[in-house]
Design a protein around this ligand. Structure first.
Ligand SMILES: Nc1ncnc2c1ncn2[C@@H]1O[C@H](COP(=O)(O)OP(=O)(O)O)[C@@H](O)[C@H]1O
Ligand SMILES: [Mg+2]
Length: 231
């Protein structure tokens, strides 16, 4: 195993994760032997912004925990909790619904801190326990913080897990993506046409309405409908 010392962190150079703009490595904090994951990013400003957002939300059951930030080799390095498990893949209907409920609990907490994730997708969710369907939301690179008027501003991604563009961005942006993730892990595509359970289909279509005002406005309402869809 090839390791290198980056500041106080012993880093295993066998890369553990890849993203569009980053490389993720596992390592050990040499002061206390704690296992960590380190996300190394060429864009220092973007890395600093991500670390800042993670530091604001703090500790939560459904969100990866932030530990530290440093610059190494002219790159931003975000030190966080090391997660075991894998990103989301296909699931049964019951599993997909449970995972979506857990995802929404994480989003509910995040939104309560004034943060929109803005990049919820199967690759940004790590299933940490396949039996209990526990998960952690990762990757806060695209996240937005509410301004003083309580509005999210800035560019958002335009791709299959994101809603069609609209003038205003609100919490329902993440609910749309959560429903798209649920649809995807169930059917392998983001269109709801192959969802067989009629009530579940209606719920997911509501969350994925083109008009933000017609979507779920609160995570609690979306969670409640998912908890009772099959009774
Ligand atoms: N804390 C972590 N523990 C374990 N693996 C992680 C962790 N953070 C990220 N990864 C892995 O690295 C990949 C890329 O991380 P991510 O933050 O999504 O980067 P990007 O912003 O480039 O997409 C993830 O899909 C995941 O497989
Ligand atoms: Mg990612």
């Amino acid at each position: 195993m090839r390791t290198e010392l980056w500041g106080k962190y012993e880093v295993n150079l066998a890369q553990k994760g890849y993203g569009g703009t980053s490389a993720v490595y596992f390592g050990i904090d040499s002061l206390n032997q704690k296992k960590v994951a380190i996300k190394k990013m060429a864009n220092i400003a973007l890395g600093l912004k991500e670390a800042w957002i993670m530091n604001i939300y703090g500790k939560n059951e459904w969100l990866v925990e932030f530990f530290d930030f440093f610059i190494h080799d002219n790159h931003a390095c975000i030190v966080m909790e090391q997660l075991s498990g894998s990103v989301l893949d296909s699931l049964s209907e019951k599993e997909a619904v449970k995972v979506t409920i857990n995802l929404l609990k994480g989003l509910q907490f995040l939104h309560s801190k004034g943060i929109l994730h803005a990049d919820i997708s199967p690759r940004n969710i790590i299933l940490t326990n396949k039996n209990t369907l526990s998960l952690k939301i990762i990757d806060f690179e695209s996240a937005k913080l509410k301004d003083l008027e309580g509005v999210y501003k800035g560019e958002v991604k335009n791709w299959i897990f994101a809603p069609p563009s609209s003038k205003e961005i609100d919490d329902s942006y993440d609910f749309y993506s959560a429903a798209a993730v649920c649809t995807y892990v169930l059917t392998g595509e983001v269109k709801t046409q192959n969802i067989t359970h009629a009530k579940l289909k209606v719920i997911l279509e509501k969350a994925m309405n083109k008009d933000p005002k017609q979507r779920y406005r609160k995570a609690a309402d979306f969670i409640q409908d998912l908890e009772t869809y099959d009774v």
